[in-house]
Write a protein that binds this ligand. Structure first.
Ligand code: SAM
Length: 251
């Protein structure tokens, strides 16, 4: 039996965890969509190096649960997201956290950005197989996209997971967020010292650190931190800097 035929999202214990941690449960339809997403990713992994997370439980925890927990600071989904927000997932890879977000919030418009053409082509097949009409792909480097008028300061919410160091993630995400909007940086470990050095960088980008939340994942008990950066003023036009610079020379 192939991995993809194993169930991931409809086990009773998963439903309980969703309820306990997010006060929410997927509908039958959404659970089926999660299962289909899992199958598509496992099948896609045979041709492309999409993810190392392939076991059903791990996929559920690290791709589905983690993606959604990030947009639920203090275990409550970001207010207004169900009514519809403009969201960008920067460096989406195989579609995380953006695809699970678009699946459960059909009124939101989700842009899935990545600089790797093969990943974007793969995601397009996934969006079409899941008939996810509220998500679209964007191919490019975020350093360039962040300077384009049609994207700069246009999003209510930017999410970014496992793309670069935290300074680069802040420089990639805040220029894309409108004033009043939020950037969410998904992290593993985090220290107080990192917190202090980030503060000045975020300020330069027109943001403030609103919340840093620590939690552990429900199955493997791994430590996670999510950083919530609120955009309070316009980002100076000098940010994001040119391709490669934010990553190599952190702000
Ligand atoms: N966010 C996904 C996740 O958590 O599973 C994928 C993480 S993967 C390790 C990092 C992704 O970021 C890759 O697909 C890579 O192509 C993309 N990426 C890295 N730098 C980028 C940039 N400057 N602009 C756009 N995409 C970038």
């Amino acid at each position: 039996m192939g991995l993809e035929s194993l169930p991931i999202a409809n086990l009773p214990e998963m439903a309980e965890i969703w309820q306990k941690t997010l006060n929410w449960q997927p509908t039958t339809d959404q659970a089926q969509q999660f299962q289909k997403l899992y199958q598509l990713i496992i099948a896609g992994n045979r041709q492309l190096n999409l993810t190392r997370i392939t076991e059903p439980d791990e996929f559920w925890e690290k791709h589905l649960w983690d993606s959604l927990r990030g947009i639920a600071p203090k275990q409550v989904f970001i207010p207004g997201i169900e009514k519809g927000k403009r969201i960008i997932d920067i460096g989406t890879g195989a579609g995380f956290p953006g695809i699970p977000i678009s699946l459960i919030f059909p009124n939101s418009q989700v842009t899935l950005l990545d600089s790797t053409g093969k990943k974007i082509t793969f995601i397009e097949t996934v969006l079409s197989a899941l008939t996810l009409n509220n998500a679209k792909t964007l191919l490019g480097r975020v350093e360039e996209i962040g300077q384009q008028i049609q994207h700069r300061q246009q999003y209510d919410l930017a999410v970014i997971r496992a793309v670069s160091n935290v300074f680069a993630c802040a420089e990639y995400s805040l220029p894309l967020v409108r004033k009043g909007g939020l950037a969410v940086i998904y992290r593993g470990t985090w220290t107080q010292a990192e917190n202090e050095s980030l503060e000045a960088a975020v300020e330069q980008l027109g943001g403030v650190i609103e919340l840093i939340e620590e939690f552990s994942t429900p199955l493997s008990n791994s430590i996670r931190h999510c950083l919530y950066l609120r955009k309070v003023s316009s980002t100076p036009i000098s940010f994001p800097r040119g391709v490669g610079i934010p990553n190599q020379k952190p702000i």
